[in-house]
Design a protein around this ligand. Structure first.
Ligand code: PLP
Length: 398
């Protein structure tokens, strides 16, 4: 028997992928599955990006490239971040990455010492907790409160968690899984907390450009915050490019220098020819993007209408991300579901509707009574949404 290193026991995972595997196994038995579990888009990457990438391959951009990424991409990335945020990033503030996710581990490695406490959102993207624990830090969760019209950051709860050892704050706005947005007041309070306690901030802005109304805001826009914020940027969601694996770490040059050193050690460089596709993506309008947002909005509305017509479910209507995070407390109680897994599996088995629950986004905190599930509508067409959620409704109202 090979003995696996002890440190691996501290490494978490993304259990949404396990739900995908379960749904695929269920489908392989001949069952129809309605996939609401994974935040992946069933759209094509915009044509100009595909063509520029193909050209780059034909032109032989198939060897290594600089570890921080090609300069033209770093230039357009800085501009793409600066324009809506009013920030001042330059080429030296950008390190290209193979996706958005690598920024999380590299941020932690660059700035956290073992024993440091790191505030992170829970429910939230599970990789924060995984990387903090794996690298010897202490993950300290903060949460959200469901109001009548939005999920509000539990800022008082967050303040109470700060100690002398708190070193970092992870924020994710717009948020996965709740679709919560930290509003201006919350961002200002977080900025004040970060400055008063000398915290560095990871701002995961993976969903910054996925929105139907209004404008996304970044903590990096606030006075004094550009110097202490690292932005996670990704092409996965904005251009339907999750499988291409391309993103960037954007932040203070001294952090980017460390991240570049980690790049050399980890992957040498991100995929070379794709970076030319990304330059094309950021250098001109991509007509498909607007169309795709319209399609997402229609899916959101259809899914929201059906979900909220089921007794015992209530659900906010977010203007961003491609997630709905309905409160199913009443439904689970009325139908006698004892726990999340029995609820999720029963719905999958009887209707083919596959989704994640709150359990896939971190451990529920002590005393957490409200029950939530997450429906991703990024990978399922309107007709299938109607059919699947219609079946689910019929089953639950029997
Ligand atoms: N951050 C959040 C909040 C996410 O939901 C995801 C993916 O679902 C990522 C980061 C990472 O995305 P990627 O590595 O595909 O860019």
């Amino acid at each position: 028997m090979l003995k696996i290193a002890n440190r691996i026991s501290a490494l978490g995972t993304e259990t949404a992928f396990a739900v995908s595997e379960e749904a695929a196994a269920f489908a392989a038995l001949g069952n129809k599955v309605y996939p609401f579990h994974l935040g992946d888009l069933n759209f094509r990457t915009p044509t100009k990006i595909v063509e520029a990438t193909r050209r780059a391959i034909e032109e032989g951009k198939t060897g290594y490239c600089p570890t921080r990424g090609i300069t033209p991409l770093r230039e357009v990335l800085a501009a793409d971040v600066n324009t809506p945020r009013g920030t001042h990033y330059k080429v030296d503030n950008v390190a290209v990455q193979p996706g958005g996710k690598p920024t999380i581990g590299k941020f932690v490695l660059a700035l956290m010492n073992p024993g440091d406490e790191v505030l992170y959102p829970n429910p939230g993207y599970p990789i924060y907790e995984s990387q903090i624990s794996f690298n010897g830090g202490i993950p300290i969760p903060y949460s959200f409160i469901e109001d009548r019209d939005r999920f509000r950051l539990d800022i008082e709860g967050l303040r109470r968690q700060i100690t002398k050892r708190t070193r970092m704050l992870v924020i994710n706005s717009p948020q996965n899984p709740t679709a919560a947005e930290y509003n201006k007041d919350e961002l200002e309070q977080l900025a004040e907390i970060a400055m008063a306690n000398d915290l560095v901030v990871l701002s995961d802005e993976a969903y910054f450009d996925i929105r139907y109304e209004g404008k996304s805001q970044s903590i990096a826009s606030l006075p004094g915050m550009e110097e202490r914020t690292v932005i996670l940027y990704t092409f996965s969601k904005k251009f339907a490019m999750s499988g291409w694996r391309l993103g960037a770490t954007i932040g203070p040059a001294e952090v980017i220098n460390v991240v570049a050193k980690l790049n050399v050690n980890d992957e040498s460089c991100s995929n070379h020819f794709i970076q030319y596709g990304a330059v094309a993506g950021l250098s001109s309008e991509q007509p498909e993007v607007k169309q795709q947002l319209n399609v997402l909005k229609e899916r959101r509305d259809v899914a929201h209408d059906i979900l909220t017509s089921i007794p015992g479910i209530r659900c906010l209507l977010p203007q961003t991300t491609f997630y709905l995070y309905p409160n199913v407390t009443g439904l689970m109680r009325d139908k006698g579901y004892a726990d999340y897994e029995s609820f999720r599996k029963d719905i999958l088995e009887h209707t083919g509707v596959s989704f994640c629950t709150r359990m896939h986004f971190g451990r529920p905190s002590e005393g957490e009574r409200e029950r939530y599930v997450r429906f991703a509508y990024s990978g399922i067409d309107v007709a299938a949404i109607r059919e699947g959620l219609g079946k689910m409704k019929q089953y639950l109202m029997k």
